[in-house]
Design a protein around this ligand. Sequence first.
Ligand SMILES: [Fe+2]
Ligand SMILES: [Fe+2]
Length: 306
Amino acid sequence: MNPIETEAFKKPLQHIGEWEEFVVQHYPEPNGPAATTESGKPAVGHAPDKKEIEFRNYEADARPTVREFYRLNHTFQSYEFGQAKRKEYLGLNRMTMSVWEAAEYLNQLIDDSDPDTDMSQLQHLLQTAEHLRRDGQPRWMILTGLVHDLGKILCLWGEPQWAVVGDTFPTGCAYSPKIVFPKFFEANPDSKDSRYNTPNGVYEPGCCLDKVSLSWGHDEYIYHVCRDYLPEEGLAMLRYHSFYPWHRESEYTHLLNDKDQALLPWVNRFNPYDLYTKSHSKPDEVALRPYYEDLIREFFPDKIRW
Ligand SMILES: [Fe+2]
Ligand SMILES: [Fe+2]
């Protein structure tokens, strides 16, 4: 491997859940209970006031592993890289398996063991889905919760962490300053390419997010795996659940059309179930499996292409 390849394949995060922990800290639950940690810092779930958000220095507070993860992500996620990965994966010619099999397959990622929580990938999916079920959300949305992170199987196929998880952002046009760690984009080849440095870049204004090439990762992949089976609202939840610069920062409005505007409330409705449902009570995989196998059968064929 040449030096660039070696760097790109570094695994800065101890486990991919470290990225999600950072996201929860960066976007605390809006109506969460006020709480402080022993050191007096706001705990996860504390609702900060606006001033607090403005002055919080998330870059300084981030773990070195998370900072390094974003450095690699912002350096290597170029427009061309995203195009190449779409070509490589979106033919869905790698495997054929059922949704539940994919969830069990993904569960091997527990190898990237997480010292802080012993939550497996399947448990996160079940917790998200169970929370949606408890709140009486539509059946397709419960199922969306169950499948939303299955795209992380890309990790098992040798993709580096920075090409699987991370907040997604449009490539092919100027970066929003609201994307976390914006200075790391300076090392991205696109930042020196004049085609990609205007607000619209390679896109037409109002072209629709469907036409915009977001940075590559588990969201885009699982959207394509599920696109024939779930309703449009569920597909938007899958495709944009990590697109924080849009759904939490309201950026890139110049690229949206009416359809995107209509889908945004659904993406926002889903997001808290992904971020704020992590708890230490583990869902009972064996007891829940029949319910979810039924739900999967309602929308998906026995085997689907991955
Ligand atoms: Fe995710
Ligand atoms: Fe998730």
